[in-house]
Design a binder for this molecule. Structure first.
Ligand code: MG
Length: 389
């Protein structure tokens, strides 16, 4: 039995992970569940999976959970970061799936690493903010970080058993999102509702907007750098609208190894849970004849400058990725609230990055300081843009 704690159990990835548990009840057991605000869904999950510990983002969410009623043998581990840490570090967990969105899970991932738990990582912000701290801690404790993000999971599969010296380039595929092919001028008037219609993947709101701006791919370039120890100039992005090829690795002799599959997150999640084994899955098989054709194209960084900003942040390293990530979270939240235009997302991020002088961020406290500064600055910039509208 592999025992699993899930951070973000009521979200899209968390529910897919529980579907993987359903498919393998003889191999997988849930010991911890942490959710955001959805007390009703968490209560259902607790009743069904009977974890040892559960947590929620806020005290009021926990109050609702208690009102609905939870079995007596389930410990309520608290709210916010404390709750996430308690679920992640629970002594019975072997694998911690980090699928909560945003930056709240950072401490929990580090706590799990210190307890020598395998990390199945679906949250890219953790590595974008603190890639050096997290990968150094994982190496020190001999802990594996298994990527669940479909592109990185694909690269992990393509790299399997290969020497580092054999790798020339990583090639991340991107669907291009709902606005692929639109020019910068045509993007001025798009709405949050338009941006939330992703062509190939069903995901949470924040990551769906990131896919529309291509910031998601930018975050993934930084994530790939930390996961695989490859420099930014050896990580390419190619637009591939069908999302059939999940990513590729180019070897020194020019061979390219690709991983293909259906667009279903249960596949990479199960791989992380079963690794290094492979288990049968009940998932539909990719039918290439039905897919018909696979297209590839260069990304348009004029229309989608967020990808360019991410390369810039990675090149500068140190604190600039933290600033970029924080400004992006603020700008995306304002866009979802209808308070910021789509193209202004990149403007807010770039202005915040321009105003920052990169510094070393070797501790979580330093990361949090830069993060707070960038959020405040991005909010001010966004307010200025609003008043101009
Ligand atoms: Mg991805």
């Amino acid at each position: 039995m592999t025992r699993i704690s899930i951070l973000g159990s009521t979200g899209s990835i968390g529910r897919s992970a529980l579907a993987v548990v359903d498919a393998h009840p003889d191999r997988l057991q849930v010991v911890g569940l942490a959710a955001g605000e959805n007390a009703e869904r968490l209560a259902e999950q607790i009743a069904r999976y009977r974890p040892r510990i559960a947590a929620m983002a806020t005290g009021s969410a926990i109050d609702r959970l208690r009102e609905i009623g939870a079995p007596r043998d389930v410990t309520i581990g608290g709210s916010g970061r404390d709750g996430l840490v308690a679920v992640a570090a629970h002594p019975d967990a072997d694998i911690v799936l980090c699928a909560s969105s945003g930056t709240e899970a950072l401490e929990a991932v580090l706590a799990a690493i210190e307890q020598r738990k395998t990390i199945a990582l679906a949250n890219k912000e953790v590595l974008v903010m603190a890639g050096g701290i997290v990968t150094e801690a994982a190496a020190r404790h001999g802990v594996a970080i298994l990527p669940v993000d479909s592109e990185h999971n694909a690269i992990h599969q393509c790299l399997h058993g290969r020497a580092r010296g054999d790798i020339r380039r990583l090639i991340l595929t991107a669907s291009g999102g709902p606005f692929r092919g639109l020019a910068a001028s045509e993007l001025e008037a798009v709405s949050a509702a338009d941006a939330l219609k992703h062509p190939t993947w069903q995901m949470g709101r924040k990551i769906t907007i990131d896919s529309a701006t291509l910031m998601n791919k930018g975050l993934e370039v930084i994530e790939a750098h930390w996961l695989f120890g490859v420099a930014g100039d050896q990580i390419d992005v190619v637009i591939h609208p069908q999302s059939v090829v999940h990513s590729m690795v180019e070897l020194t002799d020019g061979s390219i190894i690709a991983q293909l599959g259906v667009t279903d997150m249960r596949l990479p999640i199960q791989y992380a849970f079963s690794y290094p084994e492979r288990w049968a899955s009940g998932l539909p098989v990719l039918n290439l004849a039905r897919a018909g054709r696979l297209d590839f194209d260069l990304p348009d960084t004029n229309a989608f400058p967020c990808l360019r900003l991410a390369y810039r942040a990675l090149e500068a390293e140190r604190s600039l990725p933290v600033v970029m990530n924080a400004a992006n979270e603020i700008a995306v939240a304002l866009f979802l609230d209808g308070k910021l235009g789509f193209t202004a997302i990149a403007d807010v991020i770039e202005a915040t990055m321009d105003a920052h002088r990169p510094a070393d961020v070797g501790t979580l406290a330093a990361v949090r300081d830069v993060d707070h500064w960038a959020r405040d600055y991005a909010r001010d910039i966004a307010r200025g843009l609003e008043s101009k509208v």
